[in-house]
Design a protein around this ligand. Structure first.
Ligand SMILES: [Zn+2]
Length: 459
């Protein structure tokens, strides 16, 4: 990498983070010592107050907003440019049980072998402090000013699937307006190489149910009494064909195929096939896909059966006609499909095929979103990752197969790019006993984020 590409304040930023590392370790320990288990509510309110105090200590104007669940902490700071950078984090943690598998107690942070062990240190409290460290470093390098406006959003329900964040964003678009966002997560892989994803598919989860009679009946009457099991199976055959093509009219109308840039990124990915064959013992992939298609087909939406429940499944046999059947389905959606539209199309399709009796229960959704590879913030994230970690980052993954609540920010805020830069590594044991963060990853994460903040105003 040529010298002129380096972040102009790189030396000052790194120096500041190194000089103040003990202070950040103390803050990480303080935050992790405060339990904040959203599943049970244990310590959550107290944690909200500490997070608000820590962000306010950086000169942010902080307000804590109530939601139907746990509060959201929002901090604002003015910068010297018009551009606004948004941080998303969460202060809640997973339950620490089973306690006996922890080497030291989960809420008594302990340093061993260059790592801090505590519940939440990797997911997501160490990350909050790494961002605060980056903000401090950037402010110091800019003579006490911030180079861009900053919005800090810290929610308290991520570990219970963020049931209120999408509505919170919709209700507060005015205070959350931003030009780019840094999501939680990020860090290095098993080779200490950083990597990132440009976006994620959406999802809509539904349950179809049908009731053909008021109660189960003797199968001696199968020539006259209707089976709910057959009914639901017939309905399912109208959803997808043998080649994985979804049969709902209009379903593909908004699908954007992978761009030339996406395909070039896919070309740079490692072959996935040997791992999948070994790991899942799979002989034939879906629609006989293989090789590169295992990457490109992430741009295909899916219709997955999570499970079917109907009739008798016990030992031996039971000559019964089931009166009720339910099936749980999820559709993974690609840009620019809209979950609410898909739900309508599904209902219309079932009706048109004569399945008005099949009820649809909506279980939840997330929209797809994706940045482009040439987005300036994405480029800055990649370039500064190479600078901090001293290796080329892994090729960007154009679209992750799963779904992320980052959709709740990206779309409503005008399709802003959402990038990843953080403190993670494969043995962080997130959600598990002995969760930990390597202090060197903390330092690198803070250095990386500081460079993003330093360069963001000029993009
Ligand atoms: Zn998390």
């Amino acid at each position: 990498m040529s010298q002129q590409n380096l972040s102009p304040n790189a030396t000052a930023l790194d120096q500041y983070i190194n000089d103040n590392l003990d202070r950040y370790i103390d803050e990480t320990i303080r935050l992790c010592a405060q339990p904040s288990v959203s599943a049970t509510g244990y310590g959550v309110r107290e944690c909200t107050a500490i997070v608000a105090e820590m962000i306010a200590a950086r000169g942010f104007e902080v307000k804590t907003y109530e939601t139907p669940g746990q509060p959201v902490v929002v901090g604002h700071a003015k910068g010297t440019s018009e551009r606004t950078f948004l941080f998303y984090n969460h202060y809640d943690v997973q339950p620490p049980e089973p306690l006996e598998l922890w080497t030291t107690p989960p809420f008594e942070p302990t340093i061993r072998d260059g790592k801090i062990f505590a519940r939440g240190v990797a997911d997501d409290k160490g990350e909050i402090i790494a961002r605060l460290a980056a903000i401090d470093a950037v402010r110091a390098a800019h003579g006490g000013d911030l180079p861009c406006n900053m919005v800090f959003v810290v929610e308290g329900e991520e570990e219970v699937s963020s049931p209120n964040i999408a509505q919170f964003v919709q209700d507060h678009l005015d205070i959350l307006a931003a030009d780019g966002a840094l999501w939680e997560g990020g860090g290095v892989d098993h080779e200490d190489r950083p990597g990132s994803v440009l976006g994620f598919r959406g999802i809509i989860a539904v349950e179809l149910s049908v009731e053909t009679m008021s109660r189960d009946a003797h199968s001696g009457s199968a020539h006259i009494l209707p089976s709910a099991a057959w009914r639901i199976v017939r309905a399912l055959t109208h959803l997808k064909d043998e080649n994985e093509r979804i049969l709902i009219p209009g379903f593909y109308d908004r699908v954007i195929p992978p761009s030339a840039a996406d395909l070039a990124l896919i070309d740079a990915q490692a072959d996935y096939e040997p791992f999948l064959r070994k790991n899942y013992g799979v002989k034939n992939f879906v629609a006989n896909r293989h090789g590169k298609e295992l990457h490109t087909s992430v741009f295909e939406p899916t219709c997955n059966i999570q499970g079917i429940e109907t009739g008798y499944q016990g030992p031996g046999t039971k000559t019964v006609i089931p009166a009720k059947a339910t099936v749980k389905l999820d559709f993974r959606l690609v840009p620019d499909q809209r979950p609410e539209e898909i739900l309508e199309l599904l209902r219309r399709h079932l009706d048109k095929q004569g399945f008005e009796d099949v009820q649809i229960k909506f279980h939840g959704s997330m929209a797809p979103f994706k940045a482009t590879e040439d987005d300036p913030l994405v480029r800055l994230t990649q370039r500064t990752a190479a600078e901090v970690y001293g290796v080329e980052p892994r090729p960007l993954v154009p679209l992750g197969g799963g779904s992320s609540p980052a959709y709740a920010f990206s779309g409503p805020l005008g399709g802003i790019p959402v990038v990843h830069a953080g403190i993670g590594y494969p043995n962080a044991n997130g959600h598990a006993p002995d969760e930990n963060m390597r202090i060197k990853d903390f330092v690198n994460g803070a250095r990386h984020i500081a460079r993003l903040l330093d360069g963001f105003a000029d993009l």
